[in-house]
Write a protein that binds this ligand. Structure first.
Ligand code: NBG
Length: 796
């Protein structure tokens, strides 16, 4: 007791010290920003102690280090995460309250670090959390985007993008490392001199390192996230300045900085292709140099490299790291090509995150050769060596004037993995069929997971508290212990408490939406939520079409016993993806009409919340009753939102796609609302030329909903606005919205029926929580460590 009083007064002192000496403020005049910075620094000090100890231990033990190269790290806010991981919630709260400050206000002042698009980037962030919790020595390497992904707002229901400004205020979590600056070359030509190949780049940009410590559960270990920022080698030209050309004098710096300015949405179009390739090489090459420098500081035999390091390529974006490592080993360190290839191969692994052909990176050979002439030669040699070893192969990493990064990554990698059981199987049958036949042991599956610290313990403290009270707190680092909740689920008193938590979370969301958006949601209604990037394969349009049909049905028969629902959407569309933007606008237009309809608004509300990000997800996931995971089967590699919802007690309505398959197996088929075609049925159905018309003819509800798009019901001021969506669904419908509509409708009515029996529903929701323990990213990381990296935990 005495000790805890002692530590909290120590922490209060630390807070005051940072407010005074780091921020230069007096408590009397400090703003929430000053308090947030002071609190962040006080928490950061504790993290740094762990960080320094972890780094020391890693050097002492000289174990294998894991390097996770990723174009995206969607880490979100860090202050609350740090406080929870260090178990300092009460201390921080008390310290702030002693100065009359409310902790929630301070936490909500932090901007969301939006350094990613969606699942791929968030997965990387969950992995960092798990690597630190497990104590596996690891580094995340990425780009310090000054503006991240755009901010989304709506004007007349349309998505409008503006730059994200998370770095405009000082960012307390990073440490600038001006001493770690690496020159990265582009362009130029390749010479042969004194028996050696030499690449003479025409342009140089400096990569400067910024480190963020990532602390694990209970502060036992911390790893590093190292992000690279673009800097000019020669930032300021004094001669130009003195000659009066002030703008040109700093042009170098401005150009160099553009390389780490924005993140391109992965499914955007041609725009910025060259800059994107430059970004990929920029951070991959800086990371490889840094990895070798660290290796060299303690070893002098490059043959040891595969024993000491494992590099994970998060999708193909960092694939150029392979040829870069090979180039350094061969051209600069003088190893033979074969030996360099052998070493590189045993260091590299590749995770595939999508089977969508348009998302598999391919680069025009001319562009590639212009920016990276030596790498193009090396890729040729890698591909030739593969051909020599496999003379019957028909594929190649270079064809039709393109460099194919998927094939290249597969050929270079020691292990290739998919992110759910179904996705890994489909990889073997489709995109990598031939390569899998040649290398049958290379592909492994590592089903995705999410960190229970952020996605339950910290985002849903009331549920976390109930769980801990019931089974103790070990579940936080060993999520499968949630199984121990099952006996309590038989106890009605416990189930009531479980639902009280859900209802309180829903009420909190209602307050937030009313406060920020001025919309009053009905907290008694079922909260039905679809939040993810906007994409046709994810089928937000299937959801809104069903909503329209449902609304029409309610209007036909307003006095029937309807189950009240609130349909919640959130998600960003890539700037250049017009169809996805039109779906956003449609949802907003439907919301406008439906929410104003006196005949239906008590039982149906629709809302699209702007600027979806990690922070918004943390509000929505705990408040969900129903999780929408309705992609066309075969298209969603895994999904991770699906896991977050199930873990927080929201059953899924979904197709047999991605990790939904495994979620259903774990939670039990009676606790999952399944609908839709299977992946092979999808392929069959697509062969029918009139699949959509047949589906429309067979289901008058679908026909009527499409008609409402055509007749301007939702856009009377511009009746033709949604005709193209109706036409697309009627005449092409690649993602089979129409063919799955009828079964989706059926499943939704089953959901209604189930929700009416509140006791049975509570049980289903609680079973989703109790049986989702397998979807922890700790389990996933243990899988990577054992099947792919051969890495070990250094926590005793
Ligand atoms: C996404 C998939 C998701 C998957 C995440 C993480 C890309 C390219 N892929 O289904 O669409 O959950 O990766 O693996 O962002």
């Amino acid at each position: 007791m005495a000790r805890s009083v002692q530590t909290s007064s120590n922490f209060r002192d630390a807070l005051l010290r940072h407010l005074t000496y780091t921020m230069g403020k007096d408590p009397e005049h400090a703003q929430p920003f000053d308090w947030r910075m002071a609190l962040s620094h006080a928490i950061r000090d504790r993290i740094v102690d762990t960080w320094v100890a972890s780094t020391r231990k890693t050097y002492e033990q000289d174990g294998k280090r894991v390097y996770y190269l990723s174009m995206e790290f969607l880490i979100g806010r860090l202050l609350e995460d740090g406080i929870f991981n260090l178990e300092m919630v009460d201390e921080a709260k008390e310290a702030l309250e002693s100065f009359g400050m409310d902790m929630r206000t301070i936490l909500d002042d932090e901007p969301d670090a939006a350094l990613g698009n969606g699942g791929l980037g968030r997965l990387a962030a969950c992995f960092l959390d798990s690597l630190s919790t497990i104590g596996c020595p690891a580094y995340g390497y990425g780009i310090r985007y000054e503006n991240g992904l755009f901010k989304q707002s709506f004007v007349d229901g349309c998505q409008v993008e503006s730059p994200e400004t998370w770095l405009q205020e000082p960012h307390p979590w990073e440490f600038e490392r001006p001493e770690v600056r690496i020159n990265i070359g582009f362009g130029g030509d390749v010479h042969f001199e004194n028996g050696k190949t030499v690449w003479r780049p025409a342009e140089m940009i400096q990569a400067e390192a910024f480190d963020t410590p990532i602390v694990g559960w209970q502060g036992r270990w911390a790893n590093t996230l190292r992000l690279w920022a673009g800097r000019a080698v020669d930032p300021f030209d004094l001669d130009l300045f003195n000659s009066g050309d002030f703008a040109a004098a700093s042009e170098h710096e401005a150009l160099a900085r553009t390389i780490s300015r924005v993140l391109y949405p992965e499914d955007s179009n041609e725009a910025g292709k060259e800059l994107r390739l430059k970004q990929e090489y920029f951070f991959s090459a800086a990371s490889i140099r840094d990895i070798l420098r660290r290796f060299d500081s303690h070893h002098n035999d490059l043959k040891l490299l595969p024993e000491k390091i494992a590099i994970q390529l998060n999708d193909t974006h960092p694939a150029i790291a392979g040829p870069e490592l090979l180039r350094i080993l061969h051209d600069e360190r003088g190893l033979s090509f074969e030996e360099s290839l052998h070493i590189t191969h045993h260091c590299m692994n590749y995770t595939n995150h999508t089977l969508l052909p348009e998302a598999l990176e391919r680069w025009d050979e001319r562009l590639f050769g212009r920016l990276l002439p030596r790498h193009l030669d090396i890729i040729n040699r890698i591909d030739d060596a593969h051909y020599k070893a496999n003379p019957h192969r028909s594929l190649s990493a270079r064809s039709d004037g393109q460099v194919k990064m998927g094939e290249l990554s597969f050929i270079m990698a020691n292990r290739v993995n998919g992110v759910s059981a179904l996705h890994t199987d489909l990889m073997k049958q489709t995109v990598f069929k031939e390569l899998n036949a040649l290398h049958p042991d290379r592909i492994v599956n590592e089903t995705n997971g999410v960190t229970p610290r952020r996605w339950l313990h910290s985002c849903n403290p009331a549920l976390s508290g109930l769980i801990t009270e019931t089974i103790g707190e070990d579940w936080i680092a060993d999520l499968e212990q949630l199984e121990k909740l099952e006996p309590s689920i038989e106890d009605q008193g416990w189930l009531d408490r479980f639902m009280d938590v859900k209802n309180a979370n829903k009420a909190a969301l209602c307050d937030y939406v009313a406060g920020v958006h001025g919309v009053n949601l009905n907290p008694e209604a079922m909260f039905d939520i679809q939040i993810k990037r906007m994409h046709e394969y994810k089928r937000q349009h299937l959801n809104i079409l069903e909503t329209i049909a449902h609304w029409q049905e309610i209007r036909d028969n307003p006095n029937a016993d309807w189950v009240p629902r609130v349909k919640i959407f959130a998600g960003k569309a890539a700037q250049g993806y017009h169809f996805a933007k039109d779906i956003i606008r449609l949802i907003n237009d439907v919301a406008k009409l439906v929410n104003a309809d006196a005949a239906t608004r008590d039982v149906l509300q629709v809302i699209f919340l702007p600027n979806y990000n990690v922070t918004l997800a943390e509000r929505l996931v705990p408040a969900a009753d129903l999780s929408e995971q309705i992609s066309t089967a075969g298209k969603e590699a895994s999904g991770t939102g699906n896991m977050k919802f199930a873990l927080n007690g929201a059953p899924t309505i979904g197709t047999l796609d991605g990790a939904n398959v495994e979620i259903r197996e774990h939670v039990g088929k009676e606790n999952f609302f399944l609908f839709g075609m299977l992946a092979d049925e999808v392929m069959q159905r697509r062969m029918m030329h009139d699949h959509a018309q047949q589906a429309i003819n067979a289901d008058p509800r679908l026909g009527r909903a499409l008609e409402a798009l055509r007749d301007g019901t939702f856009s009377p001021e511009d009746p033709g606005r949604y005709t193209h969506i109706a036409d697309n669904l009627t005449w092409s419908d690649y993602f089979l919205v129409c063919s799955d509509f009828t079964d989706y409708w059926r499943a939704q009515r089953e959901v209604d029926k189930a929700y009416q029996d509140r006791k049975a529903w509570a049980k289903m929701a609680a079973l989703n929580t109790a049986r989702s323990g397998w979807f922890s990213s700790d389990r996933t990381i243990h899988g990577y460590m054992c099947d792919i990296w051969g890495a070990k935990s250094l926590i005793p």
